[in-house]
Design a protein around this ligand. Structure first.
Ligand SMILES: Cc1cc2nc3c(=O)[nH]c(=O)nc-3n(C[C@H](O)[C@H](O)[C@H](O)COP(=O)(O)OP(=O)(O)OC[C@H]3O[C@@H](n4cnc5c(N)ncnc54)[C@H](O)[C@@H]3O)c2cc1C
Length: 313
């Protein structure tokens, strides 16, 4: 199929983009890499009356290092993030996660802003953004606002970005040298959107007890937003033993709450089946996602531990 007729405006600045989003009406949307939007338009799942093409805003294509953070412009391609020395040095967890996104052809075009705005459940950037407490800079007619991950992600394929706003930058804190990290996901096959994804960070005290532990999971919350695991805080101050991890594994299974009805919800069903390229009835159940949450969280933490200890394979 082909898209319905639409107008097209190419802009060269953030202000021009905001003006165009307002001028051409409510059904006007941004196009960045087009890797999700064009597919939706061709299938007529999206029927925008006007596209605002932001590929000419070259100012939004950058990766910068500041004191304790790295700043990534919204138009930065997945492939640029993957290959960046700044990301490799300061936020290797993000770099590892990006290699799991789709195939390199899609990573060559798709942008970090587009992916985060799309917010498909389980998507890699969202999980990393949540575990690291990244911040989102959004520009609109009234200027800029900065949102936390908790504020930014709203529900399946929904974020707090308004129709007349544009994501301009994502700020990731640098990982300190003593932080171990792990990223894992289960997918139907490499390059598919994850069924469940997990990102973990870990720091140890000198006596080998846990100083800090964080885990975020994708596609396990009823709202379909990246989820920060609460029960992982029980590790703090304790030795990193198998017994304690077994207890945590059990608690994570009880804590996460994948929506059993999610597959039946129209919007979600449509989007998920499109992204996964198969019928929704074939997609793994909530029970499976609970089990996967627990296994992936523990393995991601173990990877982080092995990394700190220098035994990482
Ligand atoms: C076969 C296939 C497999 C994929 N696998 C994965 C995967 O494993 N993991 C994963 O995370 N993704 C996956 N994707 C999606 C891919 O990462 C897309 O690149 C991404 O979702 C959208 O980025 P884009 O720049 O192409 O955005 P577009 O398609 O151009 O836009 C997507 C949405 O974001 C909006 N938008 C874009 N930029 C901005 C901005 N700066 N501010 C506000 N709104 C904006 C658009 O209006 C639109 O609503 C896959 C896609 C395909 C086709």
């Amino acid at each position: 199929m082909k898209p319905v007729p639409f107008e097209y405006v190419a802009v060269k600045s953030v202000n021009e983009a905001i003006t165009a989003l307002e001028k051409y009406g409510d059904n006007t949307v941004i196009i960045a890499g087009g890797q999700s939007l064009m597919q939706e338009m061709n299938l007529r799942q999206a029927r925008p009356s006007c596209l605002v093409d932001i590929n000419g805003i070259t100012d939004l294509d950058y990766i910068e290092e500041t004191g304790d953070a790295i700043k990534i412009g919204a138009l930065t391609r997945h492939r640029t993030v993957e290959k960046s020395e700044i990301v490799k040095r300061n936020c290797p967890l993000l770099q590892e996660a990006v290699t799991h996104i789709a195939h390199f052809q899609i990573r060559n075009r798709g942008t970090i802003g587009g992916s985060l705005r799309q917010n498909p459940p389980g998507a890699e950037y969202g999980v990393v953004a949540r575990v690291l407490n990244a911040q989102f800079v959004i520009a609109g007619p009234d200027g800029k606002r900065v949102l936390s991950g908790e504020e930014f992600f709203v529900s399946h394929f929904k974020t707090a970005v308004k129709q007349n706003e544009i994501i301009v930058e994502i700020i990731f804190p640098k990982l300190t040298k003593d932080t171990g990290y792990g990223f894992l996901e289960v997918t139907r096959r490499h390059g598919h959107i994850p069924i469940v994804s997990a990102a973990a960070t870990l720091q140890l005290n000198e006596d080998d007890t846990v100083k800090d532990a964080q885990v975020a999971l994708g596609n396990v919350s009823p709202q379909g937003v990246p989820y920060k695991v609460q029960s992982v805080s029980q590790l703090i101050g304790k030795p990193f033993t198998q017994e304690i991890l077994d207890q945590l594994a059990n608690d994570i299974k009880n804590e996460v709450n994948p929506d059993p009805e999610a597959d039946a919800k129209a919007g979600y069903t449509l989007q998920l089946s499109r992204i996964m390229g198969r019928r929704v009835s074939e997609i793994s159940s909530a029970e499976y996602r609970k089990e996967a949450s627990s296994v992936l969280s523990i393995r991601a933490l173990q990877k982080a531990y092995q990394q700190i200890k220098g035994t990482f394979q």
